[in-house]
Design a protein around this ligand. Structure first.
Ligand code: NDP
Length: 320
């Protein structure tokens, strides 16, 4: 229909989402979810859809009586209160699959950077130390011969595992239910996986069950040659326990893309030499972020054109 529909954008969004949505919808933009209080009742009542990157709390859902659909930017949608949305029959969409390759590629890079200290080696060259002091010190660790455990073998975890096969490392995994379509060794507990491997790669969503699941005991089980890579969510790791484990040699090193309280990264973590730290950039290339932006827009357009979202999250239903 030619009827104009109003879409709310609370907070920052990729510019391509805005550009795509403008063709089809009227947009209302506010600085953050909390700024909804500044909108008139008439404006709030007119909002039928939303596009968001980050937080969409129950309070915002409550403030929008005619909201039907929330298009969330990213595959992880822990910032959106899906329970509150589902209770109102509101559909939430995310952006699965289009970022799998990018995130898996980043994970391999972060793994190698952590083991071989390439970022420190490049800083050494840039600081003029190669010529002044001689070769950069040998990296104590290598990817060769590592036993790698993947925590989460979903869309992205599987791409990571498949990329690791040609590196000739041993690969095993833990999820709540084993996959029937892979031959990697399965462990029915995270602790069991950590005991069996020396390298743990975490790519699970932020949920009540995953919260703090990589704790002091799991790190201890990983052992003194242990390396932890986290590209999932910061909440999965007991971050103070990780910092202690890195300081006292309980594990050898960590490579992190995500943190407990982004964009805050503790000084104690930054001070460590045995970490490689990225600012949540696993999917952050122009082509991949454009594909994610298109999927946010295409979900909202499909919803209002056909009453069916393209990629609804499992907690909310797909059609009106
Ligand atoms: P999927 O839903 O496809 O995979 C999730 C995997 O985690 C499944 O194998 C699932 O298996 C497993 N899992 C879920 N809960 C648990 C649990 N309690 N214990 C053990 N395993 C569990 O998601 P994606 O692969 O698409 O994405 C995974 C997450 O990665 C996203 O939710 C997001 O938070 C994060 N991410 C981070 C990015 C970054 O920029 N750093 C970019 C993209 C994603 P099972 O259900 O059998 O337990």
């Amino acid at each position: 229909s030619s009827e104009r529909i109003t879409i709310l954008i609370p907070g920052r969004i990729h510019p391509r989402v805005r550009a795509r949505l403008t063709e089809r919808f009227d947009l209302v933009e506010i600085d953050s979810a909390d700024a909804v209080v500044a909108l008139t009742e008439e404006t709030r009542s007119g909002v039928r859809g939303a596009a968001v990157s980050g937080r969409f709390p129950a309070s915002l859902i409550e403030a929008l009586p005619h909201l039907q659909v929330i298009g969330s930017f990213g595959v992880g949608y822990d910032g959106v209160d899906v329970k509150a949305a589902a209770a109102r029959g509101i559909v939430v969409t995310n952006t699965p699959d289009v970022l799998n390759d990018e995130v898996a590629d980043t994970t391999i890079a972060l793994l190698l950077n952590t083991l071989r200290q390439f970022p420190a080696a490049e800083s050494y060259l840039r600081a003029g130390r190669w010529a002044a002091e001689g070769p950069f010190p040998l990296s104590p660790m290598s990817l060769k011969g590592r036993r790698i455990g993947i925590h989460g073998l979903g869309r992205i975890g599987l791409e990571i595992a498949e990329r690791l096969v040609p590196f000739k490392v041993d690969i095993s995994y833990h999820t709540r239910s084993p996959r029937s379509d892979v031959s990697f060794a399965y462990h029915d507990s995270l602790l069991g996986l950590a005991r069996a491997v020396d390298t743990l790669i975490s790519i699970v969503p932020a949920t009540p069950q995953t919260k703090g699941s990589i704790n002091a005991e799991v790190l201890e089980a990983l052992g003194p040659d242990g390396v932890l890579i986290n590209v999932g969510r910061g909440s999965t790791i007991d971050q103070p326990a990780l910092i202690r484990a890195l300081q006292d040699g309980t594990i050898a090193a960590a490579g992190l893309d995500v943190y407990a309280d982004e964009p805050q990264v503790p000084d104690d973590l930054i001070a460590l030499k045995n970490v490689s730290l990225l600012p949540h950039v696993a999917s952050a290339s122009v082509p991949t972020r454009n594909a994610m932006a298109d999927l946010v827009a295409n979900n909202l357009i499909a919803w209002f054109d056909s009453g069916k979202a393209l990629t609804p999250v499992p907690e909310t239903s797909a059609s009106s």
